[in-house]
Design a protein around this ligand. Sequence first.
Ligand SMILES: Nc1nc2c(ncn2[C@@H]2O[C@H](COP(=O)(O)OP(=O)(O)OP(=O)(O)O)[C@@H](O)[C@H]2O)c(=O)[nH]1
Ligand SMILES: [Mg+2]
Length: 218
Amino acid sequence: MPPKKGHDKSVKGRGGNVSIRQGDRSSVVSSQFVTSVFELNQLPEIELPEVAFAGRSNVGKSSLMNRILNRKNLVKVSSRPGFTQSLNFFLVNSLFYMVDLPGYGFARAPKQVIRKWHRLVEGYLEQSRNLRGVVCILDIRRRPDPMDIDLLNYLNAINRRVWVVVNKADKVSQPKRKARRKEIAEALPGFVEKLWLVSARTGEGVPQLVNSLMEEVG
Ligand SMILES: Nc1nc2c(ncn2[C@@H]2O[C@H](COP(=O)(O)OP(=O)(O)OP(=O)(O)O)[C@@H](O)[C@H]2O)c(=O)[nH]1
Ligand SMILES: [Mg+2]
């Protein structure tokens, strides 16, 4: 039977052929790890759009990416917080890249690691020609701290689109969520118009976020 939408095409990825449906722009049908970047001069020559994922260490960046990609552990979820020190590129639907950024705010990170983080991440965020926006992730149980606010102000100053995502919604009971959301919204800079409430664990709220990302890169 012929496929309903678009047509099937195979691409060679790590781990063999990946079946993708060309033209499907509303859901993730294929994903593959492409490269890790430790230095700015290693950034790949990319002609497709990119969306980056940023946030405090341990906030659930990698988990949320896995949930979006419908993969269990394509993006490594670290048992050691602050362990991700590279930019990790994942190709989605052969249409765009999702980029996992190293987390900030890990208290025990040595000074030179923090300096390197700034050089690498800021260099990437400022220089990437195809970056369509940054998913900034917060934890529903914590008030945004000065580092979260600095990141949002910085992205605004360099004219990057942001999706402010409040993760780990499953950790707070339904009746308490509204109050948590209000408290977080009040702590954010005035230009943040919308909060996306999600849970990487249960998948709640993720389809709405995916639709918005796909609209931006489609
Ligand atoms: N309950 C719950 N736990 C979550 C959720 N998202 C992530 N976690 C847990 O939070 C921990 C950190 O998740 P990661 O995805 O590794 O976080 P990260 O932001 O990528 O961390 P770094 O790579 O160190 O910056 C893991 O134990 C996850 O299982 C969620 O939505 N709900
Ligand atoms: Mg991670």
